[in-house]
Design a protein around this ligand. Structure first.
Ligand code: PGA
Length: 269
């Protein structure tokens, strides 16, 4: 069985000043240094990316942006931030197609695909979100919706075997509601996503694809998700805002995957 290193990303959304963000990093780093068996990232607002990247340099903490321009590397696109600019301030990855972007800012599958292309061109790891709304699930359309979103993402790739990408399944009804999916529901969708990827790109690309679960993940429920065979980490919103809470959540994920028990953590390469 292919070993996929779990990835946990804290999505801070529109929270934290630069000073608060840097303070967070100084608090969480000592928790991460001894960790092993997983990779950890945070996604601050654009304004804090440079300071957080500087504070996290040389540590196991990776820095993701929450969005990226579909255009670039430069141009007349007021308000947009190009993938190369994110690299320039030290980002290693970027969240793309979050449901809040799709819903409030009209991001279509085509826009998401363009952003994935731009991220890859700038050598940023795209963490691309998919997921159905409550009405889509109730209409039995969850699989179709996610499949459509996946098709858009897959179309953006020229060589899936070589282009690193992470997917995140985030049912919209579970985000920020306190109503997480059950681990079994997540596993069923993750298995479906992997099957779609396999049909499109072959067994080996599907076997190495990391699929994160997101939607009301907490330190109390993370273990149930990570224990699922096709859940390879988590995208965490509210529960990532406190460094101590996020560190506890991380310890519970890494402990399970390393088999070393809570608190036995080594640094991530
Ligand atoms: P939540 O958000 O953990 O607060 O539900 C997850 C997300 O939006 O990525």
């Amino acid at each position: 069985m292919t070993h996929r290193v779990p990835l946990i990303i804290g999505n801070w959304k529109m929270h934290k000043t630069v000073a608060e963000a840097v303070h967070y990093v100084t608090v969480i780093i000592p928790h991460l240094i001894p960790l092993t068996g997983c990779e950890i990232g945070v996604a601050p607002a654009f304004t804090a990316l440079a300071a957080v990247s500087a504070a996290a340099a040389g540590t196991p903490l990776h820095v993701f942006a929450q969005d990226v321009a579909a255009e670039g590397p430069t141009g007349a696109f007021t308000g947009e931030v190009a993938a190369e600019m994110l690299r320039d301030v030290g980002c290693q990855g970027v969240i793309i197609g979050h449901s809040e972007r799709r819903r409030y800012y009209g991001e279509t599958d085509g826009v998401v695909a363009a952003k994935v292309r731009r991220a890859l061109e700038a050598r940023l790891l795209p963490a691309v979100c998919v997921g159905e709304t409550l009405s889509e699930r109730e209409a039995n359309a969850a699989l179709d919706v996610v499949e459509r979103q996946l098709r858009g993402i897959a179309d953006a790739l020229t060589d899936a075997a070589k282009q690193p990408i992470v997917l995140a399944y985030e049912p919209v009804w579970a985000i920020g509601t306190g109503r997480a999916a059950t681990p079994e529901l997540a596993q069923a969708m993750h298995r479906h996503i992997r099957a779609v990827w396999e049909a499109r790109f072959g067994a080996s690309a599907a076997a190495t694809l990391r699929i994160l679960y997101g939607g009301s993940v907490t330190a109390d429920n993370i273990a149930g998700f990570i224990a699922q065979p096709d859940v390879d980490g988590a995208l965490v919103g509210g529960a990532s805002l406190s460094p101590d809470g996020f560190a506890q959540l991380i310890r519970r994920s890494c402990a399970l995957t390393s088999g070393d028990g809570e608190g036995v953590l080594r640094s991530v390469e």
